[in-house]
Design a protein around this ligand. Structure first.
Ligand SMILES: [Fe+2]
Length: 196
């Protein structure tokens, strides 16, 4: 959730992937095409291993660092480096989100809407996506929260079928489940230590 300056080498290494995603998002079946591109990237272990790793003090001391590789109105490509130690708050995206983990494990807690305001969501399941696992594809209405598994940094590619920074998204309070507009301040304030 904290955007850092993207390493120029990372941008260059992922440029072909970004171009394939840009074509995919304008294809007849954008969601399926982008899933295939992310799966293809996850299979390129040599490329993934060559991606520069941000310094441990880059980004935010609680959440870690996000590198935005590309964003326009139809597509956002990010590398999400999640620091261990906190459960991050539940949020939506309102666009499809396609996620491939290439280092460590990304814990996803999933929620369903209750139809009431407090709590607005309830926990519906948890899944940990690890390097080598299938790509995770979330629908626009999905609500999830992430954390790094096993007390180690998690590194993942998150591709959104829209311009994520321009979307008015929601975040949910970790104790009350109340829905509020997502902001960086709330996101960090609503992280909770998890002992990892
Ligand atoms: Fe998310």
């Amino acid at each position: 959730m904290t955007t850092t300056t993207t390493d120029p080498d990372t941008t260059a290494l992922l440029a072909p992937f970004v171009e394939r995603c840009r074509a995919a998002v304008h294809s007849a079946e954008p969601r399926r095409a982008v899933i295939a591109e992310v799966a293809g990237l996850m299979a390129d272990r040599d490329l993934l291993a060559s991606l520069p790793v941000p310094a441990p003090d880059a980004g935010h001391r609680i959440t870690g660092a996000d590198e935005t590789i590309f964003e326009d109105d139809s597509l956002t490509v990010m590398l999400v480096h999640t620091r261990p130690g906190h459960d991050q708050p539940a949020h939506d995206h309102l666009v499809d989100a396609i996620i491939g983990v290439y280092d460590g494990g990304e814990v996803h807690r999933f929620y369903r809407r209750t139809g009431t305001s407090e709590p607005a969501i309830e926990h519906s399941g948890t899944r940990t996506i690890r390097a080598g696992d299938d790509v995770l594809a979330l629908t626009p209405e999905a609500v999830h929260a992430i954390a790094a598994a096993d007390g180690a940094w998690t590194r993942a590619v998150h591709v959104y079928l829209g311009g994520l920074s321009g979307v008015d998204r929601s975040i949910f309070h970790p104790e009350t489940g109340v829905e509020e507009p997502l902001s960086m301040g709330r996101y960090v304030a609503w992280c909770r230590p998890n002992g990892d």
